[in-house]
Design a binder for this molecule. Structure first.
Ligand code: HEC
Ligand code: HEC
Length: 222
């Protein structure tokens, strides 16, 4: 079931070797296999009911493409990533007043189902790529001199998400601009610290606020 799209395969195999992973899967598309992988074990039909009754759709929209700038899109996001975030929010390992309360009201089965529902939707997309060459270079190549890795190496081409071994690196391409900027700033300040081994805190640390602004704007357009 692991698929590696032809033309990009050498890049991903290389990324796998660098990251010491055994399997790397790009799930940039909405093919049946890709959608099945990102839905995981939950039931998207039950999940849709939860999205309605628990009011997730009021903020995140029923098609998963929230229109509020600080509210993340969930459309086509990996259920595995969403379940981890809901668990982290539930136990307070990730802090957000409203979402801490909402996540605490979901049991594990509900979380898996609602995550499966949002994962089953067509993947989020930005309205247009922005012409920001510096941000694009940082996104694609990182800045090795400052210890900033390429974002694409984990988040996949155009930030559309990438499975590396057992890690589901989230979709960030096409995510809400204000939300992205907020998360990058939180990683930098250490207010959000729930990535494994603090990787995201380390990667964002060297970036200036202006670079974070531009990166968020660039990524949101993808
Ligand atoms: C009142 C508005 C509101 C409601 C209702 C709401 N959310 Fe959220 N949700 C947010 C906001 C705002 C954030 C961003 C939190 C942050 O900035 O860290 C968020 C974040 C999330 C995240 C993290 C996404 C990511 O990319 O890391 C998940 C998962 C999530 N919500 C799921 C849900 C589910 C499932 C429901 C329903 C059970 C729900 N939310 C209901 C506003 C809401
Ligand atoms: C080694 C792999 C890796 C690299 C390189 C990487 N990331 Fe991440 N990133 C992750 C993982 C894993 C998560 C999810 C962490 C968690 O569990 O909360 C994440 C989360 C994020 C999030 C939060 C997404 C959301 O919906 O809340 C943003 C934004 C982000 N990364 C941006 C970037 C940017 C920009 C770069 C390049 C400067 C980058 N990442 C480089 C692995 C990586």
């Amino acid at each position: 079931m692991f698929r590696i799209p032809g033309s990009r395969a050498p890049f991903f195999v290389l990324a796998a070797l660098v990251l010491g992973a055994s399997a790397v899967v790009s799930v940039a598309d909405d093919s049946a296999d890709a959608v099945k992988l990102r839905i995981g074990k939950g039931d998207p039909v039950l999940g849709r009911e939860i999205a309605v009754t628990e009011l997730c759709q009021e903020c995140h929209a029923l098609d998963g493409n929230s229109t509020a700038p600080a509210t993340p899109k969930l459309a086509g996001q990996y259920s595995q990533y969403l379940i981890k975030q809901l668990a982290d929010l539930k136990k307070g390992a990730r802090k957000h007043q409203t979402m801490n309360i909402i996540a605490a009201s979901l049991d594990d089965a509900d979380a898996a189902d609602v995550a499966a529902y949002f994962a089953s939707l067509k993947k989020m997309k930005g309205d247009a790529p922005r012409n920001l060459p510096k941000a694009r270079a940082l996104f694609e190549n990182g800045d090795p001199a400052r210890g900033v890795p390429s974002c694409v190496s984990c988040h996949g081409p155009d930030g559309k998400g990438l499975v590396v071994g057992t890690t589901f690196n989230p979709v960030i391409g096409g995510q809400q601009h204000t939300y992205l900027r907020g998360q990058l700033a939180s990683w930098k300040l250490g207010e959000r610290s729930n990535s494994a081994d603090g990787v995201m805190n380390r990667f964002v640390q060297p970036l200036s606020d202006a670079e974070i602004d531009e990166l968020a704007e660039y990524i949101s357009g993808l």
